[in-house]
Design a protein around this ligand. Structure first.
Ligand code: HEC
Length: 192
């Protein structure tokens, strides 16, 4: 009887280990899948600062991966001239991290796990809710998340994919970078 119990204990111990390894592998898979989705989804285009060299296309600055519009660049000098006009031009910066249009001026957010300036305090639920609802920080009464964040393309992604993106965003190095707050269209120069 004692033998049986011991055998049972050993078996359940092994089952627990295999289970833990399985969970670990699943997590690694989710991070890999998330990285794939982030690259395929073009998140780096707007959220990663670029290395700019004359005559070369902007290259991703991987040391600052997904850390948003660089704080040392501050506010760009351009502003949308006529926020109400349907055909108002849209401007961006050479790094494609700041954008001006009829909505005012928006800055790509810091998506790294930095607690003060990134998504460190966010939960998986916050992230999924922000993408699904288009509300800042996923708060029901929050302001609308501004263009050109392609919410229309991401909001119908499966829970599994959004969880994978979140797992990947949690796995990248935290970068301290305080992205400026958006300038609302109402702060634009008045019309004559
Ligand atoms: C075309 C540019 C662009 C692309 C591509 C893009 N974003 Fe964004 N994103 C932005 C801008 C600009 C903001 C800031 C909007 C604001 O301040 O309301 C933003 C904000 C965010 C936020 C913060 C939302 C909030 O609550 O304020 C998250 C999270 C985010 N993006 C995730 C992603 C992910 C994940 C991808 C890729 C799957 C992605 N973005 C692709 C431009 C982009």
């Amino acid at each position: 009887m004692a033998h049986h119990l011991r055998a049972l204990a050993v078996v359940s111990f092994l089952v627990a280990i295999v289970g833990a390894l399985g969970a670990c592998e699943k997590k690694v898979d989710a991070v890999k899948r998330g990285e794939y989705l982030v690259r395929f989804g073009g998140c780096n285009d707007c959220h990663t600062p670029k290395i700019l060299k004359p005559g070369a296309p902007p290259a991703l600055d991987t040391a600052r991966l997904l850390s948003g519009h660089p704080e040392n660049l501050g506010y760009p000098t351009f502003m949308s001239q006529d926020p109400k006009e349907v055909n108002a031009p849209v401007f961006t910066t050479p790094m494609l991290t700041a954008w001006a249009g009829p909505w005012g001026v928006s800055f790509a957010a810091n998506l790294t796990p930095d607690k003060e300036t990134g998504l460190g305090e966010w939960s998986e639920e916050t992230f999924i809710s922000a993408i699904r609802t288009g509300k800042h920080q996923g708060q029901p009464n929050g302001r609308d998340i501004l263009p050109p964040m392609p919410l229309q393309d991401y909001k119908d992604a499966t829970d599994e994919d959004l969880k994978a993106v979140w797992a990947y965003l949690r796995s990248i190095p935290a970068v301290k970078n305080q992205v400026p707050t958006p300038i609302p269209a109402s702060a634009q120069p008045p019309q004559q």
